[in-house]
Design a protein around this ligand. Structure first.
Ligand code: DX5
Ligand code: ZN
Length: 222
């Protein structure tokens, strides 16, 4: 399985969003877009209209991470708008199975995210409907926080779930992923890595993406 890097624009210059996405276009596999609503998390970013414009402005597939309340109501529109992957938080969902079906019906990969305090067992019944599990390795809401190493057993469990499901479920890590921590994540079984500040605070974000990919690849022995 190939390893995928999905840079988050959260810590980029948000006044020049399309340009910031283009800086990573040649090196990244996806672009990670953090939608926050000031309710599910104490921060507010951007929503559907901005994401629609970005989808039109880049060749990278959009990896939308919805840190919002009521994803049952709001998530399908992101798939309809052309996002390649839409992640909702399991803690906020009323009928996660229906959300996954709606997302897939609109042609997107369906993904569920778990906050650090949420047990992996919460998504066990949902595996047939999932294309990706996102293990948060910081409390969601802000970029630039420190990686929570105690989340690694959860990453391992997510990888076991994915193997046992017999379908192609990806395991994503998000939060504090950088050159120091990405190897541990890959070794634990993650195959798609979100990196925000590590990429956008680097002198050359595209070069940093290649560095991260190389470290992850050697850590998982591919
Ligand atoms: C945090 C967001 C992350 C964030 C990661 O709630 O979901 O995607 O941008 O940023 P870093 O890589 O700086 O932790
Ligand atoms: Zn995110």
């Amino acid at each position: 399985m190939g390893l995928l890097i999905s840079p988050s624009v959260l810590n980029a210059d948000l006044s020049r969003l399309a340009d910031e996405v283009r800086r990573v276009e040649r090196a990244a596999d996806w672009i990670h877009l953090d939608v926050m609503d000031n309710h599910f998390v104490p921060n507010l970013t951007f929503g559907l209209p901005v994401i629609e414009s970005l989808i039109a402005a880049t060749s990278l597939p959009a990896d939308c991470h919805l840190m919002i309340n009521d994803p049952d109501r709001w998530a399908p529109a992101y798939a309809e708008a052309g996002a390649g992957s839409v992640t909702f938080h399991i803690e906020a969902a009323r009928n996660p199975r229906q959300i996954c079906r709606d997302l897939r019906n609109h042609g997107a990969r369906a993904a569920a995210a778990l906050k650090p305090g949420t047990r992996i067992e919460e998504i066990e019944d949902l595996l047939p409907d999932l294309d990706m599990i996102l293990i948060m390795t910081v409390e969601p809401g802000f970029g630039g926080q420190s990686f929570m190493e105690d989340m690694l057993p959860k990453v391992r469990r997510a990888r076991e779930y994915a193997k046992n499901a017999g379908t192609d479920i990806w395991v994503q890590v998000d939060g504090g992923v950088d050159a120091k921590t990405i190897g541990m994540c890959a070794e634990a079984g993650a195959n798609i890595f979100v990196a925000g500040s590590a990429v956008y605070r680097a002198d050359d974000p595209a070069v940093m993406i290649e560095t991260l990919r190389d470290i992850a690849t050697s850590a998982c022995g591919h």
